[in-house]
Design a protein around this ligand. Structure first.
Ligand code: 5AD
Ligand code: SF4
Length: 467
């Protein structure tokens, strides 16, 4: 019997790519491949790329530069190393990658990667192949299901893609061009995948989509279900104790989604709600379809449904035409909302997007200086949020061993990593933890007295970070 062939997959960017990378691993597992953590001993290397900002795309070319000598070394020993570029850079720059990077064998877009095994089989005979079509058939219909072993290896928390693409056309964003128009998976397909994940031991599912709050999957009743309705159905799968969704759009919060936050105990009280800017002028130029007041109203409605809700966000600084006064409105919004955390980015002009052609591009030095000020405000809010958790009893879902012997790492409802001395049998269980310390961006705690016996620890009671 020959040794199994090995595939090394590197994922850049968002959770959608993490999900797609796992699906590519599943596809190649059916062809007899196992995964390897290093490119050096791989037979196939897949770079699953992100095109959202220029920096993310540049990483591809520097990584390809590192892979070239590995491919040459493999060839000297008579071994073939196939290099695949997948994801959004492949979609957007397929022909350019083919021209610039001779090391690449297959270029495959996010909607056609179900064809990867065929492309890999054809490449040695036909030379470099580019497949960046948006095929009529959905890749989801031909992707294999993850086996229970692969699911278990990936941990107790899993992503489940329910929606792809975006019709919102924010003027800075490449997603509508790289991932295409909005598409929602049918309710039955989502529920079947969620049930498989639960049966294999997954306890937390994050429903993901570029614009997940625009979910409109066809239900068993023939109607288009919203994300709110879908969340109720996934929450009914008993073994799934935690549910999350990302990324949502502030203009999409309907009554069903709000009431899901009020009524579903499994739906975690933490919402990633990108605002991008606090200035109405900039929000309009970004085509975000809401105002600062509208965004704050969405937050209020959610907090009215569940008072312990915490928020994170995405911000862009230095969008074309952004003045210091506009930026100040973003800065103030951070304090107004009191985010538990947020990502912030310098505006990056993306070819083909409307904002790239706008006058008044902001100089790089100004963008950097604003980014640093914004990040300081975000860090201050995050530290204040974490400090409020000190002394609280929080339910923690344990995920894996920690760095120190006898230690486990889990997550609070607010996604904070929590380090606790606890028995390894607690992995995949939720227990109440008293938060006793803070370090950088994580929490430390001890099992609450009634949860220190793993046999009695079942579902920790929810409590909020006070204040
Ligand atoms: N420049 C900078 N940041 C961007 N994002 C999207 N496009 C750009 C861009 N052109 C950010 C947004 C989005 C997150 C995923 O990436 O904040 O919410
Ligand atoms: Fe991009 Fe805007 Fe769609 Fe988000 S909502 S994926 S930022 S176009």
């Amino acid at each position: 019997m020959s040794a199994p062939r090995k595939v090394h997959i590197k994922s850049y960017g968002c959770q959608m790519n993490v999900y797609d990378s796992d699906r590519m691993a599943d596809l190649l597992a059916e062809e007899g491949f196992c995964e390897t953590a290093t490119a050096a001993d791989a037979d196939v290397v897949i770079l699953n790329t992100c095109h959202i900002r220029e920096k993310a795309a540049e990483k591809l070319y520097s990584d390809l530069g590192r892979i070239r000598p590995l491919k040459q070394a493999a060839a000297r020993t008579g071994r073939r190393l196939a290099v695949v570029v997948a994801g959004c850079v492949a979609q957007a720059e397929g022909p350019e990658i083919a021209r610039r990077a001779g090391v690449v064998d297959v270029i495959v877009g996010p909607q056609s990667y179900h064809r990867l095994p065929t492309l890999l089989a054809r490449a040695p005979h036909e030379g470099r192949l580019v497949d960046t079509e948006f095929p009529i058939e959905s890749k989801f219909d031909s992707l294999p299901h993850s086996g229970p072993q692969a699911v278990r290896r990936r941990g107790v928390s899993a992503f489940l893609t329910v929606q792809e693409g975006c019709d919102k056309f924010c003027t800075f964003c490449v997603v509508p061009y790289t991932r295409g128009a909005e598409m929602s998976r049918p309710v039955a397909a989502v529920l079947a995948e969620a049930e498989e994940l639960a049966a294999a031991g997954v306890r937390e599912i994050t429903l993901i989509g570029q614009n997940v709050s625009a979910y409109r999957g066809v239900g068993p009743d023939g109607q288009a279900w919203t994300l709110g309705r879908l969340l109720y159905a996934v929450a009914a799968i008993g073994e799934v104790s935690r549910l999350r969704y990302t990324t949502s759009h502030p203009a999409d919060f309907d009554a069903a989604l709000i009431s899901a936050h009020r009524e579903l105990a499994a739906l975690m009280p933490f919402v990633h709600l990108p605002v991008q800017s606090g200035s109405d002028r900039i929000l309009a130029a970004m085509n975000r379809r809401y105002t600062r007041a509208g965004y704050l109203r969405a937050i209020e409605r959610l907090r009215a449904a569940r008072s312990d809700l915490a928020f994170s966000s995405d911000f862009i600084v230095g969008f074309p035409g952004e003045t210091e006064a506009d930026f100040q409105e973003s800065l103030q919004l951070v304090d107004t909302v009191g985010y538990a955390g947020a990502f912030s980015f310098k505006y990056s002009a993306r070819p083909g997007t409307p904002a790239a052609a706008l006058p008044d591009q902001v100089p790089e030095a100004v963008k950097l200086e604003r980014l640093l000020r914004l990040q300081a405000a975000i860090a201050r809010n995050q530290a204040a949020f974490n400090a409020k958790c000190l002394g609280a009893r929080l339910p923690v879902l344990f995920e894996k061993p920690g760095r120190h012997p006898g230690q486990l790492v889990g997550r609070s409802p607010y996604m904070q990593p929590v380090h606790v001395m606890a028995d390894a049998s607690m992995i995949a269980k939720t227990a109440t933890v008293t938060i006793t310390g803070l370090s950088a961006n994580s929490l430390e705690g001890t099992l609450a007295a009634d949860d220190s016996d793993p046999r009695r620890a079942a579902q920790g009671e929810p409590e909020t970070c006070p204040g």
